[in-house]
Ligand binder design. Structure first.
Ligand code: HEC
Length: 102
């Protein structure tokens, strides 16, 4: 019984993960157009203007920072304004896309 339950939970999580990736990536890419104005289309950032690079950051880090900006835990007026309107799903989609930038 326990094994069956665990197998079922794994199957559901796997299905969700697979389902999520392609669509999330496309949506995240669309949202990233706004971000690319400062962080660059390839996420290289702009050191001269104080915009940090995002390329090479993993999805977990990006999502955590966006949530911290949104809540004010990480204090930055510019990014707070950016993150304020993002839903949890928006943040996850953006993080998924940003993680593909090298
Ligand atoms: C108007 C310019 C601007 C735009 C547009 C912008 N950012 Fe930022 N972003 C910044 C600045 C400035 C910082 C540095 C904040 C700090 O020092 O805490 C930053 C920091 C970040 C960080 C943290 C990076 C690190 O190294 O910790 C992430 C993640 C991020 N931005 C993601 C995004 C995403 C995703 C978008 C689009 C929704 C976006 N930004 C749009 C200016 C911008």
């Amino acid at each position: 019984m326990d094994k069956l339950l665990i197998a079922m939970i794994c199957a559901v999580l796997l299905a969700r993960a697979n389902h999520a990736s392609a669509a999330d990536l496309a949506v995240g890419k669309t949202y990233f157009v706004v971000c690319s104005g400062c962080h660059g289309p390839d996420g290289a950032g702009n050191a001269a203007l104080g915009y940090p690079p995002l390329a090479g950051r993993d999805a977990g880090y990006v999502a955590e920072q966006l949530r911290a900006f949104k809540s004010g835990k990480r204090d930055n007026a510019t990014m707070r304004a950016m993150a304020r309107g993002l839903s949890d799903t928006d943040i996850d989609n953006l993080a998924t896309y940003v993680a593909t930038l090298q």
